[in-house]
Ligand binder design. Structure first.
Ligand SMILES: Cc1cc2nc3c(=O)[nH]c(=O)nc-3n(C[C@H](O)[C@H](O)[C@H](O)COP(=O)(O)OP(=O)(O)OC[C@H]3O[C@@H](n4cnc5c(N)ncnc54)[C@H](O)[C@@H]3O)c2cc1C
Length: 157
């Protein structure tokens, strides 16, 4: 890539990062989206409760998002893991695992969250499939089935 200086760098190119990128790109900002391709819902077979995408595979929704975003010549998307960043005089310099560095005046983190798996045999293998974190997203599909509820308490009073 010739141009390594952008107006905005977005780290994370899943739903939030792509949405932010589209808004910025449509506002004629030169945007770089860096994505390592590991969204939190990757293991769930189908997404629900998301109007116009109900029942679609998460990977399909992301593919459509990426295709739409890449139609804008203001937006560049690369696959890679951002591994470091420094504040510079004019903004930020972000380094990627490949060894490349990119500069921008503004930085957006859209890196999502990491779910902490319970230390129970099979828990992480079933995450998003039969271990369900959200009744609104996946409850309907298991309606009338036997359900166990795992709740955790914090020490906060
Ligand atoms: C199991 C499960 C099932 C779900 N099912 C549904 C559903 O049916 N319907 C619904 O509406 N919602 C569902 N959700 C919620 C939905 O998946 C999240 O709201 C959504 O993924 C959040 O998007 P995000 O872009 O913030 O984060 P994520 O989708 O997690 O994406 C973060 C992105 O940032 C990238 N990233 C992180 N660090 C770096 C780095 N250093 N450098 C480069 N890239 C990086 C990751 O690779 C990833 O692509 C589900 C969530 C889970 C966990």
């Amino acid at each position: 890539m010739k141009n390594k200086t952008f107006e905005v760098i977005i780290i994370g190119g899943s739903y939030s990062g792509l949405a932010a990128g589209m808004s910025m790109g449509r506002a004629l900002k030169q945007v770089l989206i860096i994505d390592s391709g590991d969204p939190c819902n990757k293991q769930t077979p189908y997404s629900h409760n998301f109007l116009t995408h109900d029942g679609r595979k998460p990977s399909e929704i992301l593919m459509i998002g990426k295709q739409q975003v890449q139609l804008y010549d203001t937006i560049t998307v690369i696959n890679g893991m951002a591994i470091g960043g420094i504040k510079t005089k004019n903004g930020f310099e972000i380094s990627v695992a490949s060894g490349e560095t990119y500069q921008a005046g503004k930085l957006i983190f859209a890196t999502g969250i990491r779910d902490t798996m319970a230390d129970i045999d099979g828990f992480s293998a079933c995450w998003g499939i039969s271990v369900l974190h959200c009744p609104y997203c996946h409850g309907y599909e298991v309606r009338d089935e036997k359900t166990g509820i795992l709740a955790s308490l914090t020490n906060d009073t």
